[in-house]
Design a protein around this ligand. Structure first.
Ligand code: TYD
Length: 134
């Protein structure tokens, strides 16, 4: 199940600090990190599924919504704090939208980039989910 994980927040008059450690706050080893920024108003990112990749998404700055879909149910998670992260297990369709101005999304991934891990077609994704349930 996708879930919001609250990361440590060390409050300090000099500025707050948050951190995460693999296997401690997120349940996988980090193979890759990428970030999404300079998103023009109204744009949508994501809009695909991963067969193997697990990921953890943080709105380091600003805010955006992540819609996670298992082929039947859609859940929307609003990321709007630098110390919230969204864990997304493998095999789910996800899309990111409602990016605020100057928002910065960081994505920690359990895999190296592999185009073959993507499912870009929603109908194929639904079939893939049904196939895996049998
Ligand atoms: P993509 O994952 O399709 O972006 P999004 O789903 O967020 O809209 O990636 C966009 C492009 O960037 C695509 O051509 C592949 C490339 N890319 C990499 O080369 N390495 C990476 O780690 C990622 C995430 C993307």
């Amino acid at each position: 199940m996708p879930k919001i994980i609250h990361l440590p927040k060390i409050e300090d008059p000099r500025g707050n600090l948050s951190f995460l450690e693999e296997d401690e706050h997120i349940p996988f080893k980090i193979k890759r990190t990428y970030w999404i920024y300079d998103v023009p108003g109204g744009q949508i990112r994501g809009g695909h599924a991963f067969k193997k990749q697990e990921e953890f998404i943080i709105a380091l700055s600003g805010s955006f919504d992540v819609v996670v879909d298992d082929g039947v149910l859609k859940q929307t998670f609003s990321l709007n704090r630098s110390y919230y992260g969204l864990y997304i297990p493998t095999g789910l369709w996800r899309q990111m939208h409602n990016f605020s101005t100057n928002s910065l999304a960081i994505v920690l991934s359990s895999t190296h980039y592999n185009e073959a891990d993507y499912i870009y077609d929603y109908a194929k994704f639904v079939k893939y989910r049904r196939g895996n349930e049998k």
